[in-house]
Write a protein that binds this ligand. Structure first.
Ligand code: MG
Length: 391
């Protein structure tokens, strides 16, 4: 079997979902997805000459070739790795379809038949803690057993980036990574309101999007300790591993990070220094299914669980879920469907049931694109699986 073509279609979801289709001379195709990013579809097409004519079942070798050959495009991190991830996921789907086996089988088989997801709720309708609590109750009533809110974005006590009227708010500005007293107590009130709204049966995580410095991140994490959160995500940027480690080791609130790290090398030091309690790679962004499995297995040597970041369509989500089923140290996977009501309609059949992603024994990731829905939401200017990324 030889690869004959690589095509893309970009769907206008909550983010642009870059779908990748790999075709072969046997007629079997694979469907993958890359995380969004400017130029990702173009980079997939840039990689095409490297893999056309090759045996699609040599997945690790093809990734090696792309990583070497696209080094000038930046294949150690960033959008080039993301483009390669979409190709890699399509290759695993193709392999599964060629052998009549689900993707999970190739990663050692399944620990679980359904993948617990958490609903990313973003913010409350207003900055009142009760507005966050209301949204939490609504989402929990839909059957989700884990939820996440953003603690940073709607904070009324941080100076607006464009607001020069310093008299109306506290002195804390958004650039110096400090947390003011009012801001701290607002964040703790929001987290407490959400926890109280959903009770002990629903796990609650909070995200801070790399906003704070070490000492104030510790202050926040310690103030949240009585709430027993599932995790506090990205209180500091993880690129300084020592700073990240210091925060993680200074609190019993579990610190989670990883959505902007790439390839197994990108996670190595984080894991070896035990600088996070929970690791959140984005599978269609960081290198694909095998690369995620390498990170998960490495993390497991330190008893660190995995909670993949995920903003993908059902294609990237379910493909990732197959590997999540195959690792012992899976915790929970992100889900953004509230942003896009037609999320599940992009594929045939039900993907999401009662707060879980269902996987089964259909070959590959098992999903078939609903072409009408995909075409209806095609991103302006994108081709529908054309030979070029643009229409
Ligand atoms: Mg995050």
């Amino acid at each position: 079997m030889k690869i004959t073509n690589v095509r893309t279609a970009v769907i206008d979801g909550n983010f642009p979902w870059v779908l990748v289709r790999i075709e072969t001379d046997s007629g079997i195709t694979g469907l993958g997805e890359a995380y969004w990013g400017a130029g990702v579809a173009e980079l997939v097409h840039r990689a095409k000459p490297l893999i056309v004519g090759q045996d699609p079942t040599n997945i690790a070798k093809l990734m090696f070739i792309m990583e070497r050959s696209l080094s000038g495009e930046g294949s150690q991190a960033g959008v080039t790795v993301t483009a390669m991830s979409g190709i890699e996921i399509a290759l695993w789907d193709l392999l599964g379809r060629a052998h009549g086996l689900p993707v999970s089988t190739f990663f050692g088989g399944r620990f679980r038949e359904k993948i617990r997801i958490y609903a990313d709720c973003h913010e409350g309708a207003s900055h009142e803690p009760e507005a966050y609590a209301r949204r939490a109750r609504d989402v929990a009533a839909q059957g989700f057993t884990a939820i996440k809110f953003d603690l940073d974005n709607a904070n009324p006590y941080t100076l607006d980036l464009t607001d020069d009227d310093h008299s109306r708010r506290q002195w804390v500005e958004p650039f110096n990574r400090l947390i003011g007293a009012q801001e701290l107590s607002w964040m703790v009130s929001v987290a407490a309101a959400v926890k109280q709204a959903v009770g002990p049966g629903v796990m609650v995580a909070m995200d801070a999007h790399w906003k704070f410095g070490v000492n104030d991140a510790i202050k926040l994490a310690q103030a949240l300790e009585p709430l027993d959160l599932l995790w506090l995500e990205d209180p500091v940027p993880p690129i300084n591993i020592e700073a990240q480690r210091h925060v993680t080791h200074s609190t019993r609130t579990p610190i989670c990070t990883g959505e902007n790290l790439y390839l197994a090398q990108g996670f190595r030091e984080l894991i070896e220094k035990q600088a996070a309690r929970i690791i959140a790679p984005d599978i269609p962004k960081m290198g694909g299914l095998l690369e995620f499995k390498k990170v998960a297995d490495h993390a497991n040597l330190y008893y660190i669980p995995m909670a993949p970041h995920n903003v993908a369509s059902p294609i990237g989500t379910v493909a990732g879920a197959h590997v999540c089923a195959a690792i012992s140290n899976f915790l929970v996977m992100e889900y953004h469907a509230h942003d896009i009501p037609w999320w599940g309609d992009l594929v045939e059949g039900d993907t999401l049931v009662d707060g879980y992603i269902r996987i089964d024994d259909r070959p590959g990731h098992g999903l078939t694109l609903n072409e009408d829905v995909a075409r209806a939401h095609l991103k302006k200017g994108s081709s529908y699986f054309g030979d070029e990324p643009t229409a």
